[in-house]
Ligand binder design. Structure first.
Ligand code: ATP
Length: 247
């Protein structure tokens, strides 16, 4: 890899690009993943590459949901695996969630490569390979999930998810936490908790909130959940993108 100087103004986004490229080379990320990365980067640029206070509130509400959940699951696709494999494992440990690989462009090879990659980053068990249940309302390949994973989950974290699947999961009655830099995407709009932030910042932030809330009682967690308004979070993000001044 060419060294990127630390003071390069786009250092963070160049590193991100490089990780996605590496993901493609390793067979973890699909080529469409490169396009998703480009879309995300544009939104992040307009947000000033920072976590908005409203996104931080969303991360705290997400942590509260995950701590209250009976069966939380973190869904991982090719971009997520390339960008934050270790951070996903840490979040799973902090909230006692399962990790499930769930791909838009599913191939057995890529499923296995991602599961291995997550294990190399400390995951003890990775779901998604059994594919013995289906999400209703989606075509065969896109609907595949594990019966004891996403299918049975009450709270699901779906970062960088395609809109159809996010909507179908919400229709199954699951509490959906979406991480997506586009506040107008259908995924963000179907979420109980949309975190409009770069996944690189959002996942460690949810983990930090979960650690902070570890000893909170149920009533306090319920209060955080009740006080969070997804519409406000989306509005704030859209406002920042449309009107924000880049410092
Ligand atoms: P929808 O069907 O919901 O409109 P889409 O088809 O636009 O989704 P994709 O093109 O697959 O979705 O892109 C995935 C989404 O992930 C985009 O909205 C993009 O902004 C977002 N995204 C990409 N990279 C990141 C990242 N690093 N952190 C957070 N979000 C990201």
């Amino acid at each position: 890899m060419t060294e990127i100087p630390e003071d390069h103004p786009r250092q963070e986004s160049l590193l991100t690009r490089h990780r996605i490229e590496e993901g493609v080379e390793k067979g973890i990320t699909s080529r469409q993943g490169l396009i998703a990365e480009g879309r995300g980067e544009a939104f992040d640029y307009l947000l000033g590459e920072r976590t908005l206070p409203s996104a931080d509130d969303a991360a705290r509400a997400a942590a509260a949901h995950l701590l209250l959940a009976d069966r939380p699951v973190l869904s991982v696709n090719g971009n997520v695996a390339a960008l934050v494999p270790g951070e996903i494992v840490e979040l799973a440990e902090a909230v006692e969630a399962d990790i499930e690989v769930n791909l838009f462009n599913r191939t057995d090879e890529r499923m296995r490569a991602i599961a291995d990659h997550l294990r190399e980053h400390g995951a003890e068990s990775v779901k998604g390979l059994a594919a013995d249940a289906r999400i209703p309302g989606l075509d065969h390949e896109r609907a595949k999930v594990d019966a004891d994973g996403i299918h049975a989950a009450d709270v699901v974290v779906v970062p960088l998810e395609d809109g159809d699947r996010a909507e179908a999961l919400a229709e199954m009655g699951k509490t959906e936490i979406v991480i997506d830099l586009n506040p107008l995407s259908r995924s963000a709009r179907s979420a109980a908790v949309p975190i409009v932030d770069n996944i690189l910042r959002a996942v460690p932030n949810v983990t930090e909130h979960a650690r902070d809330l570890r000893d909170a009682d149920e009533a306090a967690l319920e209060r955080i959940v009740a006080e969070f308004d997804p519409e406000d979070a989306l509005r704030e993000a859209e406002r920042a993108i449309r009107q924000g001044d880049l410092e």
